[in-house]
Design a protein around this ligand. Structure first.
Ligand code: SF4
Ligand code: SF4
Length: 370
């Protein structure tokens, strides 16, 4: 509810200013919604008002030209309103079937030079929506993998499932480019996580000048960092020592101290996790679990990563029962069977079971049935 006396030139403007009139009029009074076809939804209000939504796949990083084109479409068909979803989709909303038809036709006519569709419609229901992802090599300091690169490669591989509903239930994919995990990999059907596999390098020349050494020491969750002195060009300088056998390569110390770079061409890569979800349909929400422990960063198209994800999606499509999410399916057939079907190499490091308190379920890492 708008606050009286709110100072509107500080911070973002009141969100209700941005609601399309039909959404504003029916707020809190929606009767039901359905998916008319992949990417197209209708929400029906108790008043009988309808809102048609067309969901379009987009990129997380966009050029100004592209944003202008999106705005032009919204001006033309949606009275200037549009919304961006958390999965980097764009949703165009209209309030009549005629406007919906014109909007769809317009979107389908806009192509890239190569002929592919600029505004692909899809991402709803029992399919694969756009990948929620983090910042990657250009925009963050601790990534172990890129974000936009692998996301583009994976989405290209599974693009058909963005536009059809062949899957038993929704598949949500997320990517986080380091363990800080600004993405949603812990609760996604398929999670891609960047991992470092080597301790940070120590740039003794700069530690004392760029870092608060006590802060770097305090930042390490495994107490691997301690203050020390080394001799540089005949002078003793204050710096840091790292006990490598204690390091779990989390990159926390680098966040605090730029003289401890952790990125490494050979050490870095990605992990695949599966089976997470936030839905409570069929079973409780679940954390995802690691099923592929390491894949190198194979720029520019990440072939091993995309091949493995495609395999998971196809096996899930062929074997799961209707409404089962990937995690539900795997729990029904058993994790052992999942590894057998995928052919992924199993190691006792892989599966952790978060369903029960430790120590009283047989399915703990070290007691897995292989
Ligand atoms: Fe940065 Fe890690 Fe977040 Fe990626 S996941 S944006 S590397 S903090
Ligand atoms: Fe500690 Fe993490 Fe730095 Fe390793 S990477 S030294 S575990 S803070």
């Amino acid at each position: 509810k708008p606050m009286e006396g709110r100072i509107t030139d500080i911070g973002p403007r009141e969100f209700t200013e941005f609601l399309p009139p039909v959404i504003k009029a029916n707020k809190g009074k929606w009767a039901y919604h359905e998916i008319l076809e992949p990417g197209v939804l209708v929400h029906v209000g108790e008043s009988g008002d309808k809102v048609y939504t067309v969901r379009v796949g987009a990129a997380r990083l966009m050029s100004v030209t592209h944003i202008r084109e999106i705005c032009e479409i919204a001006d033309k068909h949606c009275d200037g309103y549009l919304r961006f979803t958390t999965r980097n989709n764009v949703e165009f909303m209209t309030d009549s079937e005629d406007k919906l038809a014109a909007l769809k036709e317009d979107l389908a006519s806009r192509k890239f030079d190569g002929g592919s569709n600029k505004f692909p419609v899809g991402g709803t229901g029992a399919g694969i929506s756009n990948i929620v992802h983090t910042q990657g090599w250009i925009h963050c300091h601790t990534p172990a993998t890129d974000a936009s690169g692998p996301v583009k490669a994976v989405m290209d591989t599974v693009f058909d499932d963005f536009q059809n509903h062949r899957l038993p239930a929704p598949v949500r994919i997320a990517l986080a480019c380091c363990l800080n995990m600004c993405g949603a990999v812990h609760c996604s059907d398929i999670g891609i996580v960047g991992i470092h596999r080597k301790p940070p390098m120590i740039d003794h020349e700069w530690t004392d000048q760029l870092c608060e050494i006590p802060l770097a020491v305090a930042s390490c969750p495994t107490a691997a960092v301690r203050p020390t002195k080394v001799e540089l060009e005949g002078k003793k300088v204050n710096t840091i020592a790292i006990k490598n056998e204690r390091c779990m390569y989390c990159g926390n110390c680098y966040t605090m101290c730029p003289a401890l770079p952790i990125s490494d061409g050979e050490g870095d890569g990605v992990v695949i996790m599966v089976g997470g979800k936030v839905s409570n349909r069929i079973s409780q929400p679940k954390f995802s679990k690691v099923v592929v422990a390491y894949i190198p960063n194979e720029t520019p198209r990440w072939p091993t990563l995309t091949e493995k994800i495609k395999k998971i999606v196809d096996l899930y499509a062929d074997n799961a029962m209707k409404y089962e999410r990937i995690g539900d399916w795997i729990e029904r057939i058993g994790w052992e069977k999942f590894f057998e079907l995928t052919g992924f190499e199993f190691s006792h490091h892989l599966i952790d079971d978060f369903r029960d308190h430790a120590y009283y379920t047989w399915r703990q890492t070290t007691q897995f049935k292989f």
